[in-house]
Design a protein around this ligand. Structure first.
Ligand SMILES: N[C@@H](CCC(=O)N[C@@H](CS)C(=O)NCC(=O)O)C(=O)O
Length: 209
């Protein structure tokens, strides 16, 4: 059993989507980050960085924070969605790290400055919106060459997709990124993605282009 500590955010959704894809039994523990529940001492024991997502694997007692590490762990545990041969595995890691170092932090800043705090810093708004478009262009170019970012559907796609699902906040237009649109819709249609999207039960509709 995987105990999943999460909230309705892209980093949280990565893990619930992965759990649905691989079919491991899991139990959801909502951590309401809008009410600072991420700072509860009990939660700190599983997530020393005060952030969701985090898991505890009751098979071995291991607790893990950081969505990228959790995706790798679940992929290795199940032998699924991380490619089977050595070079493919590293292609998956490459795009997973691209998400962790680029898509996550920079689109996160777009949400922060452009969507929720417009007018506070013209510099930050311009810088992060420009970087968002650059990252979308990188993704579009890649998806013009391959069906999924690392070839076959993998944890790299699962890491990137929930961030792209917040496209409405990112000052981008799917019409400019046709390959991202094709990929986004294909993943959105996966039943596991639809189940993993809202395990908190907020009832939000999965956004479609
Ligand atoms: N690098 C971390 C980032 C985790 C993260 O930023 N989580 C956010 C929600 S998406 C959070 O818990 N925010 C609460 C806070 O910053 O206090 C990961 O990928 O797991």
């Amino acid at each position: 059993m995987i105990e999943l500590y999460t909230w309705m955010t892209p980093n949280g959704q990565k893990v619930s989507i992965m759990l649905e894809e691989v079919g491991l039994p899991y139990r959801v523990h909502p951590i309401d980050i809008t009410r600072d529940h991420q700072f509860d001492p009990a939660f700190l024991k599983v997530s020393p960085n005060n952030k969701i997502p985090a898991i505890v694997d009751t098979d071995n007692g291991l607790h893990l924070m950081e969505s990228g590490a959790i995706l790798l762990y679940l992929a290795e545990k199940t032998g699924k969605l991380w490619g089977q041969d050595f070079p493919t595995k590293w292609r998956v890691v490459e795009w997973l790290m691209w998400q962790m170092g680029g898509i996550g932090p920079f689109l996160g800043q777009v949400h922060h400055f452009v969507k929720f705090n417009p007018g506070k810093s013209a510099y930050a708004e311009e810088r992060y919106a420009k970087e968002a478009k650059r990252l979308w262009r990188v993704l579009d170019r890649r998806l013009g060459e391959v069906e999924y970012v690392a070839g076959d559907y993998s944890i790299a796609d699962i890491a990137i997709w929930p961030w792209i699902s917040r496209f409405a906040w990112q000052t981008v237009d799917f019409a400019d990124y046709p390959h991202v649109k094709r990929w986004y819709v294909a993943i959105a249609e996966r039943p596991a993605v639809q189940r993993g999207w809202d395990v908190i039960g907020e009832g939000r509709k999965l956004p479609m282009p």
